[in-house]
Design a protein around this ligand. Structure first.
Ligand code: MLT
Ligand code: MN
Ligand code: ZN
Length: 283
């Protein structure tokens, strides 16, 4: 299985277009930009799946090489898109896929029902939506399977308040993508409000995991941006909060993605592996 990190920043990217904070200014000066969170995964090197579709998707795809179209004029190795949230930084890029002959979109029933882009996309492409089951494995092309775990209940701002809110709503999921042939697996959890026992079990025995690196510490949003809400309240366990749990899983390679522009690890030294745009993991 191969995993390509398409983008490693939280919503807005680094630098964010209207942000003059120290991190964004440094990224502007150095040219060390980060595009918004998403990965591409393949089991056989031929059939690829996108996990999330950031507003930066077009530039991520044209610079990926392996995701080039062909041999037919409109052939593409991209077999579908899996969504882990309905947030705009994970879904706005779907609009950039409207030229597809057919677009297969897999997400929880909650996310599919909320996404305002779905009726729009139906006018442009042959959109096929598939419900992402919770817990049960779903087979993908190229020998992959995916399993989902609900990890959060944060409703995107455009859908909040959610009038027909139900207790079993599945707004935010983590995915475990396995390769049937090799037995290898990759966990994607870039929006993780808390490290629960259920998440700990979900992750156990994986080969690599891309975790929530939005914030470095609990006080980062207050210190760097004067925000009153804590990372956890924003649906993002800070890296410092995840560190003790990592020690329980010595066999897992942990990377952190979805970095906010206030996160000093985006440009500086970090106590963990920080994902880079364009990085590939061979599992
Ligand atoms: C998040 O990750 O918390 C959301 O994407 C925030 C947002 O961009 O509105
Ligand atoms: Mn986000
Ligand atoms: Zn900034």
């Amino acid at each position: 299985m191969r995993v390509r990190i398409l983008g490693s920043a939280a919503g807005g990217g680094i630098p964010q277009w209207n942000c003059a904070c120290a991190g964004c200014a440094a990224a502007r000066r150095s040219g060390a930009h980060r595009t918004q969170d998403g990965v591409a995964v393949t089991g056989d090197g031929t059939a690829w799946y996108l996990v999330n579709a950031s507003p930066d998707l077009r530039v991520q795809l044209v610079s990926a090489g392996d995701l080039d179209p062909g041999p037919g004029r409109r052939d593409t190795p991209i077999r579908g898109v899996l969504l882990t949230t309905a947030e705009l930084d994970h879904t706005a890029g779907l609009l950039g896929l409207r030229e597809a002959g057919r677009l297969d979109l897999t997400a929880t029933a909650t996310v599919l029902a909320a996404l305002p882009l779905i009726p729009i996309l139906r006018r442009y492409t042959d959109l096929r939506t598939h419900e992402l089951p919770i817990g049960a494995p779903l087979a993908l092309d190229g020998g992959l399977t995916v399993r989902a775990l609900v990890v959060g209940a944060k409703v995107p701002r455009y859908a909040d308040p959610c009038p027909d809110h139900r207790p079993d709503d599945a707004w935010v999921t983590a995915l475990r993508i396995g390769d049937e042939r090799t037995g290898r697996s990759f966990v994607y959890a870039t929006c993780l409000p808390a490290w629960t026992d259920a998440f700990d079990a979900f992750l156990a025995g994986a080969d690599a995991a891309l975790l929530d690196g939005t914030f470095s510490t609990e006080d980062e949003p207050a210190r760097a941006a004067g925000l009153t809400r804590t990372p956890r309240e924003m649906g993002h366990l800070p890296i410092a909060g995840a560190l003790p749990a990592l020690r329980r899983h010595p066999g897992v390679r942990f990377l952190f993605g979805h970095l906010n522009n206030t996160n000093p690890y985006a440009a500086g030294p970090a106590p963990v592996e920080v994902a880079r745009d364009g990085q590939e993991l061979l599992l």
